[in-house]
Design a protein around this ligand. Structure first.
Ligand code: NIG
Ligand code: FE
Length: 422
């Protein structure tokens, strides 16, 4: 048996009781912690946690690795439930245009944006896409991410969307972090269907989705429900087709305009509604009391200079807010969840405890992984972070832009080995 013992943690953070698979409303501020803690993992699963006042009974030390955390914090690894990390090329030329004053919509209107990424992705072979995405995901693992959702949406044809999903299948096979795949064929209307919106939606629902489902290539469906992209009615058609094939929705809504997409997605039992930078009272009311998770993407707001989502209002309505990076070449060229944590506190005004819950347990829940990730609970995967020596939990989001991580462990195996392992 492979055993890992972490001793002398300044604190084990996020030790939620078994069975707690999300925290909502006022409970988001509750982040159970064991001061001066130890954690035992066996064959990649957490089997026990406790306080150094009562050290673990170890018996035979065969196969045991001991990490003396020596005053460092131990946290569950970050879960990132909204990314687009499979893409063919960055778009820094559009970034310079943005610096000069163009908006996301101005750039899209000039043929840039998602269609720019689609042209490049269609031309790129599967192997090259796997290689590039692997590099991005390795960087994200070093930054503490242990689970990620990845969307298609730069193919915009049956063939190229399937290519993206097959890339994700290969990433699942070669990388240690957990990956969930989402079909986002309705990300933009491709030029071939410029005069036939209905035809494109029909292609997704009648041709692509059945094949994706038959091959088990996706876990969710997604739609960019937005002015100039897809309407609420089109989103409903796609979500409904997804449900017929057993795929729940995780949708892009209210990034630039409030169209009523949130209420519609909630009615269709969407797992999450993501972005929410522009919210009307009806949108907030639709989420109150629903099981749909609002997933907020503050590094997208930062990069595009658009409003930040009303996180406090969502917590006040009793929601289980989650955080994600939105890593993509157009609106968020960063998959760094540590920065997301800082922006969540600084700009969304989440408390550090709320932000950690949102980036771990609730983020895991947003991809149906809360039974195996998101807290330091015995029975869950030993996928965790050991920080550098920091004075407190609040110091992590406070000292933004600094790398606070020492060691990152996925399923009991270090993917980044720092001083704690030496
Ligand atoms: O989440 N808003 C739509 N999709 C992405 C951006 C995609 C792109 O610009 O390439 C987002 O921000
Ligand atoms: Fe996105």
């Amino acid at each position: 048996m492979r055993r890992l013992l972490i001793t002398n943690a300044k604190a084990l953070v996020g030790v939620h009781p078994a069975g707690v698979e999300r925290v909502a409303g006022p409970s988001m501020a509750v982040l159970p912690t064991i001061a001066a803690g130890w954690l035992l993992a066996e064959d990649g699963l957490i089997t026990a946690v406790g306080s150094m006042a009562a050290p673990p009974p170890l018996g035979d030390r065969h196969g045991l690795t001991v990490i003396d955390a020596d005053g460092r914090l131990v946290l569950p690894g970050w879960c990132d439930p909204h990314t687009h990390v499979v893409f063919a090329a960055p778009r820094e030329e559009e970034f310079v245009d943005k610096v000069r004053g163009l908006s996301y919509q101005d750039i899209a209107a000039r043929g840039g944006g998602i269609l720019n990424s689609a042209r490049k992705l269609r031309a790129m072979p599967e192997d090259a896409l796997v290689e590039q995405a692997t590099g991005r995901l390795r960087d994200m693992m070093r930054q503490g991410t242990v689970a990620v959702e990845i969307k298609s949406g730069y193919g915009l044809s049956a063939e190229s969307e399937l290519k993206m999903l097959r890339v994700m299948k290969r990433l699942k096979e070669v990388l240690p972090l957990r990956i969930k795949a989402t079909l986002l064929a309705a990300h933009a209307l491709p030029p071939e269907f410029a005069d036939d919106r209905t035809g494109y939606v029909r292609m997704i629902t009648e041709e692509l989705l059945p094949q994706v489902a038959a091959e088990g290539l996706a876990d969710y469906t997604d739609v960019f429900c937005e002015t100039g992209y897809f309407t609420v009615a089109e989103m409903e058609r796609i979500l409904e087709a997804g449900l017929r094939h057993g795929l729940a929705g995780k949708v892009h809504v209210n990034q630039f305009t409030s169209l009523g997409g949130i209420a519609a997605a909630v009615r269709q039992g969407a797992r999450s509604v993501d972005h929410l930078e522009v919210m009307a009272e009806d949108d907030l009311a639709a989420l109150a009391g629903s099981a749909t998770i609002p997933t907020l993407l503050p590094s997208c707001s930062f990069f595009l200079r658009i409003p930040y989502a009303p996180a406090r209002a969502l917590v006040d309505r009793g929601c289980a807010v989650a955080l994600a990076s939105d890593h993509n070449p157009g609106s968020t060229p960063s998959g760094n969840m540590n920065l997301v944590l800082s922006l969540a506190c600084i700009q969304l005004r989440l408390l550090p405890e709320e932000a950690v819950n949102a980036a771990t347990l609730n983020a895991a829940a947003a991809m149906d992984l809360a039974g195996e990730l998101g807290s330091l609970t015995p029975g869950k995967r030993a996928s965790l972070l050991i920080t550098r020596k920091v004075p407190s939990l609040a110091y992590l989001p406070y000292a933004f832009g600094t790398d606070h991580l020492d060691t990152v462990i996925i399923d009991g195996i270090p993917v980044r080995a720092g001083d704690a392992l030496a």
